[in-house]
Structure formats: C-alpha cells, structure tokens
Design a protein around this ligand. Structure first.
Ligand code: GYE
Length: 334
C-alpha cells in the first residue's frame, strides 16, 4: 500500500507553467516532442535507469522489481549498475541523454553533486524521476518527482522501539551503529532519526558509529573492530539487514549471543533479515520496501504524457518484532 502526498503550490504552479510553455512550443514550431519532453515520438517509452549497485538484498529485490515492472508495462528499459560509484551514475545518465531516452530514472548513490548532470537532462528536455534515494539539489525543477521511503522516519521507529525496551534501564546503555554508505540519503537520514528518538533517554548512548557501506562484508569487519575496542556493547543499530547479518558472524565469533547479549535493530526487512528476526538473532526491524517498480513505471507513463505528478510519493512501511516476523515470513516475497 502506498500513500500519495499532494504536491506543493510552487511545484503545481511550475508544472502548469511548464505544460503551457510546452503546448505553446508545439503549436508554434510544429515540434513533434511529446508531453514528457521525450525526443522520439514512436509511442513506445524508453527508460534509462541507473541503479546504485548490487550491495544488498534490498537492492537485488529493487532491481528485480524494476525490471519486471518495465516488462509488464511495455517500457523498454536500459539498465546500468553503477557499482556504488557516483561517477558511473553520471556517465550512465549522460549516455541516456545522448541516446535520447524518453525518461531517466535513478537512485542516487549519494545526495550531493547532481546539479550539473540534472541540468543537462533538463536542457535536453528529458524528464528525470528520482527513485529510492533523493538528492539535495536546491532547484526542485531539476527532477519531476521523488518516489521512495521516509528514511528519517525509519530511523525514528528503530530508536523509539529501543527507548521503550530500555525505559527501566538504570545505567548507561551502550549502542554501536553501523551506518550505510557515506553520503547516501538513507545513511544520513536513518542516523538522524535514530539520534532524535534516543535523545528521549540520556542513558542511551551511541559509543561508536561507522560506515559498513550497506554490505555484509562491511558489517562484519566494522563490528569486529567495535567488539575489540568496546568491552561493553548492549545494542547494535545497523542501517540495513545485510550489515546486521554480517555483524552476526563477528558477534558469534566473539563468543556473544546475538539478540540476547547484544540487542540488534536493523532496517529493510528482506527475507534473510526477517529469518534472523524470527530466529531471535535480531530483535527489531523497521521495514523499507524495495518494490518500487510498478509505481515507477506508472510515473514514467504520466510524465511522458505530460501529466502532473506529485512532487513526492512516499512508500508506506511497517515494523516487525520477532513474533510478527514469524507470522509474516511464509508470505514474504523478497
Ligand atoms: O536500505 C539498503 C540498500 O537505498 C533504501 O540501500 C536503500 C538502501 C537499503 O543498500 O539495504
């Protein structure tokens, strides 16, 4: 289930203005551009998609969702895996501009540094849809919409659960944090939301926080360092399941029992994470849905047709305890 947020007044005004200009342009010059600004007019939509990489179970599920949805919608998909590098994404976007695709969609690996290439797409009249992660560009006309989760909220939900669990703690509760990729929106925002929530109890302290790059290997390696440097770790907050899963190995190797000696909270709720939660190795997961494909294809059709779309479309999500994971697991698709 998704919820739509209505767009802000300035955006609506800009969209109306843009369509007026577009219609005017077509009438005046006999230009054959379609409403979405695409440069071909063969009725078929071509989407250029730049994916972050293949760093996690979430990402794999997201890629499958996008590919399947494109096929189902009859959209021709050009797909590029940027291997977690911004320079590769910029290169892919420039290629898509050159190939005159109808729509460009991408999940920006980091938040900053997109203005130049987004401006190039805008100048080429190719609409851009941000999916999963957003950018920090001040100029909101550089993209049509952003479809994805509220990462601050996910961090908050994780922190609020911990505050409730530890409300009777009389002494310090030592937390270590495995951050997502440096500079990525979900890493910045989940950290922020979690910190805001745990501020409610001064006993809750993040004693170490480092990036594990959203991967299992990263989670394992950084958790090993955390365990070596800190004799008393009560809680692990990992920005995704994969880092939490990697950390399990480090915790077990250190002779501790995950889920008991160390409370583990993660984000995503992919199958392996949900299994760890059902087994009592994780204690709580805030969900982040990767199944963005169908909505993305709908949006592509709308922007290509020159229809107005909301500036922000937020994914609706839930949270899971061990009991809830046991119940949900048999029907979990990813
Ligand atoms: O949580 C993580 C992935 O951007 C929401 O990226 C996504 C995050 C997801 O690598 O597992």
């Amino acid at each position: 289930m998704r919820k739509m947020r209505t767009q802000s007044a300035p955006w609506r005004a800009a969209a109306v203005l843009a369509s007026v200009l577009l219609v005017g342009g077509v009438a005046a010059c006999g230009n054959s551009d379609t409403g979405g600004g695409g440069t071909k007019d063969d009725g078929k939509i071509t989407m250029g998609f730049s994916q972050v990489g293949a760093e996690s179970g979430w990402r794999t599920a997201n890629t499958i969702s996008i590919k399947e949805a494109a096929t189902a919608a009859g959209i021709e998909l050009k797909f590029d895996d940027a291997q977690q590098k911004q320079e590769n994404q910029i290169k892919a976007i420039r290629n898509y501009i050159q190939q005159k695709v109808d729509v460009i969609a991408f999940s920006p690996v980091v938040e900053s540094g997109w203005d130049t290439v987004l401006k190039e797409a805008k100048d080429a009249k190719i609409p851009v849809i941000l999916t999963d992660r957003s950018v920090d560009s001040a100029d909101k006309t550089l993209y049509k919409t952003f479809l994805g989760s509220d990462f601050v909220k996910e961090g908050k939900l994780a922190g609020e659960w911990l505050v409730e669990q530890k409300k009777t703690a009389s002494g310090p509760v030592n937390i270590v944090e495995l951050q997502g990729s440096t500079g990525a929106a979900p890493a910045n925002d989940r950290k922020k939301g979690f910190a805001e929530a745990i501020a409610a109890n001064p006993n809750l302290k993040v004693i170490a926080s480092q990036t594990g790059d959203f991967t299992r290997a990263g989670g394992k390696q950084v958790m090993e360092q955390f365990l070596k440097a800190n004799p008393k770790i009560d809680v692990l907050f990992a920005h995704n399941d994969d880092m939490g899963l990697g950390a399990l190995e480090a915790i077990t190797a250190a002779g501790k029992v995950p889920g008991k000696d160390i409370t583990i909270i993660t984000i995503d709720a992919v199958k392996d994470g949900m299994q760890a939660l059902a087994d009592g190795k994780f204690n709580f997961i805030a969900e982040c849905s990767p199944l963005l494909g169908p909505q993305l294809m709908d949006l592509a059709k709308k922007v290509k047709a020159g229809e107005e779309v909301p500036a922000r479309i937020e994914t609706e999500e839930t949270t899971f305890t061990t009991a809830q994971a046991k119940e949900a697991l048999p029907n979990r698709k990813y």
